[in-house]
Design a protein around this ligand. Structure first.
Ligand code: FE2
Length: 197
């Protein structure tokens, strides 16, 4: 990994209040602005320290730190865009071909919740596509998304406590039950197309 371009915080694709009552405006704004800005600032500072050679010029501990911050920024951007106010249903074609019909659509959502609940510590619940495996559900520990294996996210759900603690305290399952109703399945379909599937 040797990115040379500084990151910028993308605005939310909807108003901070638009995910209410599932997520409060305060929860969304704090999460997006404070955490998003933090990852980006720290990633960019490390990038600048690397100079013209980028992060490859940094010592190993700083390269690992950069990876954490850069992933933090990128995964959050993908997370916010995985949601839409009220949720958006998958197309019949996507439901049938990728999810195996309406029962499969309910099952993948349930698997996503189970993956998120099962994370020890902090991480992400993901629906991804990978060559040979096709579409699958998995948990991501910390920010360690397996980009290197050709894995590409279709849907990412933040399961770090900071993403729900204001609204749900420690009730991660309740947060996931409610939040997964806001998934924008059209985005999953678009990302699958971009992954060439
Ligand atoms: Fe987060």
């Amino acid at each position: 990994m040797n990115p040379l371009t500084p990151l910028v915080l993308k605005p939310l694709p909807y108003a901070p209040s638009a995910l209410e009552p599932v997520l409060s405006s305060d929860q969304v704004r704090t999460h997006h602005e404070q955490f998003g800005t933090g990852y980006i600032k720290r990633a960019n500072a490390l990038l600048a320290r690397g100079g013209p050679q980028g992060v490859d010029a940094l010592p190993e501990d700083e390269r690992l730190r950069f990876q954490f911050e850069w992933n933090g920024a990128v995964l959050h951007e993908l997370f916010w865009a995985s949601l839409t106010p009220g949720g958006a249903e998958p197309t019949p074609e996507f439901t049938q071909r990728v999810l195996g019909g309406p029962a499969g659509a309910a099952e993948i959502r349930s698997d996503l919740i189970t993956a998120g609940v099962g994370i020890m510590g902090s991480g992400w619940a993901a629906i991804s596509v990978r060559p040979r495996e096709g579409v699958f559900v998995h948990a991501v520990s910390s920010h360690n998304y397996p980009w290197g294996s050709g894995c590409r996210p279709l849907i990412l759900i933040d399961c770090w406590e900071h993403s729900y603690v204001f609204d749900y305290l420690a009730q991660r399952r309740v947060y996931l039950d409610r939040l997964t109703a806001l998934i924008d399945w059209r985005v999953a379909e678009q990302r699958l197309r971009e992954a060439g599937r």
